[in-house]
Design a protein around this ligand. Structure first.
Ligand SMILES: OC[C@H]1O[C@H](O)[C@H](O)[C@@H]1O
Length: 292
């Protein structure tokens, strides 16, 4: 494995506010919550931190506003040994942010405001030096044309591309043609496959087999059950997750993606990489937010 290669995460940074309350308020209602906590997030940021903690060198390509939230998001990347030389400050825009409201059952709903994440400028990031044996990790929280430009550039350089098509939105075939591994959950799989997907290991495998018509290889996650993989060489894997007590599922998919990318960058075979990703997500989900 050449030392010049890295994992590049091109994506979103959000300053997350996590609210724990009795549930989401209805129209016109004010409810009293139990606790709140700030957290550095965004699917891109979370995946970068996960990959770095799993032992890979990570460079982040993104954009923050010139505000305290942006400064905190950048500092969090640096604290996690992530190279921020391709992180741009957009002077006239707010940093991205998200509010997630958890109910007492541990389920949540969230609102994200993209802000500076919509202003990522790949061309202005002179320090983006994609190389052979590198991996590019993308999500669906930034404009698709930026994902497509990044994916095309990485493929030309001879590297590999992972697209976590989250949150659910349509993805063009032009982008999927540049992707080596597509990772989706059941909801995202339904949108991309155009058929209902049952959240179970068998449901995930069926969806992965269907989505291979659109992308070379596909991972469909199935929550606490694990995940399934299929590729256009006919390989299929069902990976069972270990039983855990759920503390919070917030960011579980991101932990999975980061660990998957790190394992693949380290040269692991896909079955080993999926096992590591599944374990990493289970560990995160069983760890209370304040201990992460
Ligand atoms: O996957 C969790 C992430 O999604 C949203 O982007 C939030 O910012 C949060 O950190």
């Amino acid at each position: 494995m050449p030392h010049s290669s890295s994992i590049f995460v091109l994506g979103s940074l959000h300053y997350d506010i996590i609210v724990h309350g009795p549930g989401r308020p209805r129209k016109g209602e004010t409810v009293t919550g139990r606790a709140w906590a700030p957290k550095c997030g965004g699917k891109g940021g979370n995946q970068a931190v996960s990959a770095s903690r799993a032992g890979a060198p990570v460079k982040f390509i993104g954009a923050i506003g010139d505000d305290d939230f942006g400064a905190a998001l950048a500092a969090n990347l640096v604290a996690n040994q992530i190279d921020t030389s391709a992180l741009r400050i957009v002077p006239d825009e707010n940093s991205g942010m998200s509010v997630a409201i958890f109910d007492d059952e541990g389920d949540y709903g969230a609102v994200i405001v993209s802000g500076s994440n919509l202003r990522i400028d790949l061309d202005a990031s002179a320090s983006v030096d994609f190389a052979r044996d590198s991996w590019l990790v993308l999500q669906s929280e930034i404009p698709e044309h930026i994902n497509l430009a990044g994916a095309s550039k990485m493929r030309v350089a001879g590297g590999k591309v992972i697209l976590n098509a989250a949150p659910a939105r349509p993805v063009s075939q032009a982008l999927l043609d540049q992707v080596d591994i597509l990772v989706v959950n059941a909801i995202e799989a339904e949108m991309l496959a155009g058929v209902p997907v049952v959240e179970s290991l068998d449901g995930a495998l069926n969806a992965a087999k269907k989505l291979v018509e659109r992308c070379r290889s596909v991972v469909v996650t199935a929550g606490g059950d694990g995940c399934a993989y299929a590729d256009n060489d006919g390989h299929q894997i069902k990976m069972t997750a270990k039983d855990i007590v759920v503390a919070s599922t917030h960011g579980a998919g991101d932990e999975f993606i980061g660990a998957l990318a790190a394992a693949l960058w380290q040269g692991s075979a896909i079955d080993v990489a999926l096992a590591r990703a599944t374990d990493a997500a289970a560990t995160l989900v069983s760890t209370p937010e304040h201990l992460r």
